[in-house]
Design a protein around this ligand. Structure first.
Ligand SMILES: [Zn+2]
Length: 471
């Protein structure tokens, strides 16, 4: 266990962080650029780490509006790596949580940065977005906490425990780092998982939301619609020995949920199977821009279907790995881009607070607006969202916030058509959904819980383009 001093130190750095990450009024609509190019790739080292982030029995799942933890089907993990020797250390980490939002996201980046001896702008923390999992927003937690009768969003002591474990695990991992010499990338289509969640009617509006599972025959009949079928893998090597393999695929990761049984679900289960077969290499799984993508076309929500989806994803992982060819690492660079999108004018803080305080409302109609208010206050404080990318040879790892629509990932690939773009979304989850500009007038569930206005499209697209241009 870490000492109280360490814990207090986290709290202090977190309190000061909001100030140093704020952008000035003058820079409001101007993306912030940061860049640091790597030193000699000959000195590159890599340290992988993993630690348990399974919530205890009774803890809220998905923000407190589904059944809390009654049991653990399989554990939730944080898995990541530290890349050393290309300027200040770079940390990439992915969590089996629904989301990590606003100050909770910043606290993770600060803590892992401190453990690795780097700065938070060189840390990317993404989520897989399972739903029988914590949906951590400390700011929304503070709002529901004042109500007295609402379930927690995230238990602060559990959250702090995860960070203490993370700090110690990352610090220890660096002592066991390995030389990294090569990188390889591969991709293969995944069959019969992803489908677009938004079924658009002849009037141009969302006719039906195809969720993660469905028993409606029409949901299985409608075509897949716009998706990215490719599962992509990027692997780091020491000579011919694989050290870390990162897999990327864009789809909501739920087969079924709401039964109080914690699980990393089909994406986490497929990753774990691959890990069991290949224990010397750390396997990471990232959700791409899966905001408008789900498994509902092919999934009836049964226990059997979870196994089928797990097998299909594992097949995709193996097929992707089979296409990889190693190449020596010649160049490494990291850059970031800050954006501060305006709020969605459909929401009003005072009206949302009335929903939260109305004890006649269901929990979901009270806890959910707390996330909206948390993000609104964050934007009023001018705390931006950070996009980041790691460029190695012709590979770009792109880290985006929240529940981006698939179009952003496809645009990133089109913008850098000469590069292999591995896209991870579900970083800072503050904004909830990030639809495209065109999706707003179509309506539908995602637009109804998108805390940013349609201007986010142009700002995010410009941010992605800027990161790719600096590759
Ligand atoms: Zn979602």
């Amino acid at each position: 266990m870490a000492s109280q001093t360490t814990r207090r130190h986290f709290l202090t750095t977190s309190a000061s962080a909001i100030t140093c990450h704020s952008v000035a009024q003058a820079q409001e609509n101007q993306p912030q650029e940061n860049e640091e190019n790597g030193s000699s790739p000959g000195n590159l080292r890599l340290a992988s780490f993993r630690f348990d982030i399974t919530p205890p029995k009774g803890h809220s799942l998905c923000g407190g509006w589904i059944k809390p933890v009654i049991d653990i089907d399989d554990p939730l993990e944080a898995i990541g790596y530290v890349l050393l020797g290309a300027g200040k250390p770079i940390v990439i980490c992915v969590l089996d949580w629904t989301g990590l939002l606003n100050n909770a996201h910043l606290r993770w980046r600060q803590t892992l940065a401190e453990a690795a001896g780097t700065t938070p702008d060189r840390v990317a923390v993404q989520c897989v977005h399972q739903h029988n999992a914590p949906f951590a927003c400390l700011d929304a937690q503070a709002i529901v906490d004042t109500q007295g009768d609402l379930p927690d969003i995230i238990a602060p002591d559990f959250f702090d425990r995860c960070l203490v474990t993370g700090y110690e695990t990352v610090k220890e991992s660096i002592k066991r780092s390995s030389t990294v010499t090569h990188i390889a990338h591969g991709e293969a289509p995944v069959k019969q998982i992803a489908g677009n969640r938004r079924i658009i009617g002849l009037n141009g509006k969302v006719l039906s939301q195809r969720g993660s599972s469905s028993t409606k025959p029409e949901h299985h009949k409608y075509p897949e619609g716009l998706i990215d079928p490719m599962l992509k893998t990027v692997t780091f090597y020491n000579g011919d020995r694989a050290l870390v393999a990162s897999h990327y695929y864009a789809c909501h990761p739920m087969s079924y949920y709401g039964d109080g049984r914690v699980s990393a679900d089909f994406c986490g289960l497929a990753r774990r199977q691959r890990q069991t077969h290949n224990p010397e290499c750390a396997h990471l799984y990232f959700n791409g821009c899966g905001g408008n993508i789900g498994a509902g076309k092919y999934n009836n929500g049964s226990k059997e279907a979870r196994k089928t989806l797990t097998n299909r994803l594992l097949e995709g992982i193996l097929a992707s790995e089979a296409t990889m060819t190693r190449q020596p690492i010649k160049s490494v660079s990291w850059n970031t881009q800050e954006i501060l999108p305006p709020l969605n004018p459909a929401f009003d803080e005072a009206a949302l607070m009335k929903e939260i305080t109305n004890k006649a409302n269901r929990t979901v109609a009270r806890n959910r607006p707390a996330y909206a208010v948390a993000f609104m206050r964050r934007v009023q404080r001018q705390v931006p969202l950070t996009l980041s990318s790691l460029h190695i040879n012709d590979v770009s790892f792109l880290h985006l916030p929240a529940e981006c629509f698939i179009e952003y990932q496809l645009r990133a690939q089109a913008t850098a058509s000469d590069r292999f773009v591995a896209c991870a979304a579900y970083g800072d989850g503050g904004p909830w959904y990030i639809p495209t500009r065109n999706a707003y007038p179509q309506g539908g569930y995602a637009v109804g819980v998108a805390w940013c206005g349609p201007e986010v499209d142009a700002m995010l697209s410009a941010g992605i383009e800027s990161l790719m241009k600096r590759a």
